[in-house]
Design a protein around this ligand. Structure first.
Ligand code: GDP
Length: 177
């Protein structure tokens, strides 16, 4: 049986950014391993995870980078962004401040990453609907204004995580091909 992973058409570097504690690490492990880890930060020191998917008939290896907590110290370096074709910019729908900081993260991406970078704005922790403080309409408006894609997810339940990554990878493929 032929192994599709033997023939990789593209490797796309994707970075996950946003304030600390919004769920970046959990979103990544949900997509890469289909896991939610209650003992968070077990991935510290791991620079990236990969998952190979098929999009438009092409075998695409997504290499997804995690800040591993560096955003706490504003120590995210330009090496982190270098060569990134896509970004998941995550905020927490229950933390106003994490949404207020999104504009700053967009600036950082525009300054350091590839100029054609595809950005997906992610409102995470969608399962905590009763604690919501950021309305989806505000995020939609911001995303349209800035030319970002947008999705609300839950790394805990897994809702929309897969579709958000697929959308991002699809758009990157459209940009590079
Ligand atoms: P990071 O600092 O942005 O990487 O955030 P983490 O992935 O470490 O998550 C921070 C905290 O939020 C942890 O306690 C996670 O268990 C929790 N968390 C992450 N995603 C979700 C989610 O979708 N729903 C809920 N309820 N909690 C989440």
């Amino acid at each position: 049986k032929e192994n599709v992973h033997d023939k990789i058409d593209y490797v796309f570097k994707v970075v996950v950014t946003g304030d600390s504690s919004v769920g970046k690490t959990q979103i990544l492990s949900r997509f890469a391993k289909n896991e939610f880890c209650f003992d968070s930060k077990s991935t510290i020191g791991v620079e990236f995870q990969t998952r190979t998917v098929i999009i438009n008939g092409k075998v695409i290896k997504a290499q997804i980078w995690d800040t591993a907590g560096q955003e706490r110290y504003r120590a995210v370096t330009s090496a982190y962004y270098r060569g990134a074709l896509g970004a998941m910019l995550v905020y927490d729908i229950t933390k106003r401040q994490s949404f207020d900081h999104v504009a700053r993260w967009v600036e950082e991406l525009r300054a350091h990453a590839d100029s054609s970078i595809v950005i997906m704005l992610i409102g995470n922790k969608g399962d905590l609907a009763d604690q919501r403080v950021v309305h989806a309409e505000d995020a939609v408006e911001f995303a349209e204004d800035q030319g970002l894609f947008f999705s609300e997810t839950s790394a805990l339940s897994g809702e929309n995580v897969e579709s958000a990554f697929f959308k991002l990878l699809q758009e990157i493929h459209r940009v590079v091909s």
